[in-house]
Design a protein. Structure first.
Lengths: 112, 114
């Protein structure tokens, strides 16, 4: 069966510090991978998605970047965090050309 | 690109009554419309979906309707129960295209009053 791992679960970082959130999927190959951000009381904002290794599509210009160094690994990064980067970050995956999206357990990021 | 509008943002209904959440989308090429439920502190999970070749779909107490012409779709929950309290998200996508992004609405926080 397929599983998705996302870590860490919570993170408190000072403004200006770097960020690296990691997500891995097991039990499938060539998944479509996604990063979403959920600000407090708001919806799921698509940040990045990837259909293959090294292929990253950015939805919203911002202080973040994403990379896919391996087929089942998706990384969200920032060189210098802003207060506005605080939020709940969700990684998700689906099979290529399939419909259902499966979410990771999320990372609650607080930038202070 | 696709834009999904969802309303209301909050909804409170008496236990046993019905709840309706509505969404509109902008890209007429979107053909898959899922609904996700996110309980407090948990990840969103798919509860029901509908494809563009179908007008309505039911699964026990929940149903979804789709009006392709008007580009809107709705979630209906009947005989609401306390465990229906959660945040609900609608979404639109084109899963069989190379541009495989899934755009969500802003969410509806549903509260069931005992």
């Amino acid at each position: 069966s397929q599983t998705i791992h996302q870590w860490p679960a919570t993170l408190v970082q000072p403004v200006g510090s770097p960020l690296s959130l990691e997500c891995t999927v097991e039990g499938t190959s060539n998944p479509n991978l996604y990063w979403y951000r959920q600000a407090a009381g708001r919806g799921l904002q698509l940040l990045f998605y990837s259909v293959g290794i090294g292929q990253i599509s950015s939805e919203v210009p911002q202080n973040l970047s994403a990379s896919r160094p391996q087929d089942r690994q998706f990384i969200l990064s920032s060189k210098k965090l802003l207060l506005s980067d605080s939020g709940f970050y969700l990684c998700a995956w689906k099979r290529e050309f399939a419909s259902e999206l499966f979410f990771g357990s999320g990372t609650q990021l607080s930038v202070l | 690109g696709e834009n999904v509008e969802q309303h209301p943002s909050t909804l409170s209904v008496q236990e046993g009554d019905s709840a309706v959440i509505k969404c509109t989308y902008s890209d007429s090429a979107s053909n898959y419309f899922p609904w996700y439920k996110q309980e407090l502190g948990k990840r969103p999970q798919l509860i029901i979906d509908i494809r563009s070749n179908v007008g309505e779909k039911k699964d026990q107490r929940i149903a979804v309707t789709l009006n392709k012409t008007a580009k809107h779709f709705s979630l209906h929950i009947t005989e609401t129960q306390p465990e229906d309290s959660a945040v609900y998200f609608c979404a639109a996508s084109k899963p069989h295209s190379s541009a495989s992004k899934i755009i969500f609405g802003s969410g509806t926080r549903l509260s069931i009053r005992p």
